[in-house]
Ligand binder design. Sequence first.
Ligand code: NAD
Length: 297
Amino acid sequence: MTAAVIDGKAFAADLRARVGELAVAFEAKAGRKAGLAVVLVGEDPASQVYVRSKGKSTVEAGMNSFEHKLPADTSETDLLAVVEQLNADPAVDGILVQLPLPRHIDEQKVIAAINPDKDVDGFHVTNAGRLAVGQPGFVPCTPLGCLMLLKDRLGDLSGLDAVVIGRSNIVGKPMAQLLIAESCTVTVAHSRTKNLPEVVKRADIVVAAVGSPEMVKGDWIKPGATVIDVGINRVAAAEAGKTRLVGDVDYASAAQVASAITPVPGGVGPMTIAVLLRNALVAAYRSAGLELAADAI
Ligand code: NAD
């Protein structure tokens, strides 16, 4: 058996197109564009690439992008003042502070300062709490993107056994909460889990969010399972001096056993920005008091 490839790139392009249509409708109803503010502190090259690409995608989706680039030596107090200013700005529906922040700034303090109703990354404890108790809020983009791919592939997830490998606040924990809400039986595995291959073998759904190149092998996977690979790891390529991206799953062996699997790249990765745009648009509809059907996006 060779697994079907879950095309996250195509799904994300479709989601972005739907966001674009709803952004046009928002502008017509609200008399202004939806707006997403991105704050970057310092010159980390990877963060600069992410911020540029988020800004470009925001504009392409018909929303305003407000970029705030602050020097690496910006004080915590000054950063908190920028967040406060964005909280108070009615043109800004969503606020994203690009992580990681320089070491002299307390990330948790900055996230806590964002108005939870503008926290489109879903990292504020209020949004983590809302997710845990099933209230509407904002869910972190990567796990929400994984759930969209799973539901698109499998439909109703009710009663399925799911194993999430990784327990980070950004991916593993919210992923587990989302799957519980879909009535899966969820196991969260992590660095101290015993007999990980046996634990994974029980799962109808495997979500790997570890950061360990090709760790999950094909013989860990239950035949017919659906595999979502969140990992993005850069490793040496066969050609000297070149690198390539691999996931946390050993794709070649897992694809022999699974019924469907996300590739790396082109699987979960493209979903993250698409869901960010979705969250920003939802924030705009909510802040303007406009209806957005639950299944609209
Ligand atoms: P993290 O480092 O915060 O968490 C990793 C988790 O893996 C931890 O909970 C740890 O307990 C667990 N772990 C570590 N070693 C393990 C082992 N040997 N066995 C089982 N569990 C183990 O990482 P993160 O932020 O959750 O990201 C995980 C991966 O997903 C990384 O490769 C990251 O680059 C990628 N990622 C991708 C996207 C995307 O857009 N596709 C977004 C976020 C993260």
